[in-house]
Ligand binder design. Sequence first.
Ligand code: ATP
Ligand code: MG
Length: 140
Amino acid sequence: MTNKRTLSIIKPDATERNINGAVLKMIEEGGLRVIAQKRAHLSREEGAEFYAVHAERPFFDELIDYISSAPITVQVLEGDDAIERYREIMGSTNPADAEPHTIRASYAVDILRNTVHGSDSEENAHQEISFFFNEDEIIG
Ligand code: ATP
Ligand code: MG
């Protein structure tokens, strides 16, 4: 099961614009498979807990306001090298730097409202998946 799973969030800017399907299409066409999925609307406290690693960053407050501003769709994705593959499909954090045909180049509003989240390491993927899902909700 090494590097087979990653956590994906379709963020508030995407759910607000009703483009979940368009984003998911890019994920599936990129070779990844959804094995768990739910909607959530995080409180500020839950957002701060999820993004605790960024607590010292200057944009932390606006990040927490943003992630708790509207519903999100949370997914576990499965595939070979899922973490790296999904980060390729997402593109760079700042959409201005993102490769063409990535999710962020196609849909992100700006560096904050950048449409999607993906885990950045195996340890974080494991931790982020358990933040949102019990093992019996993951059906591969
Ligand atoms: P994510 O963790 O959401 O997949 P990432 O790993 O590309 O994105 P991080 O550096 O982990 O980027 O930042 C987490 C999130 O914080 C970004 O996705 C974005 O929403 C926001 N963010 C990052 N840098 C900035 C910034 N300079 N100004 C405003 N928001 C930012
Ligand atoms: Mg990150």
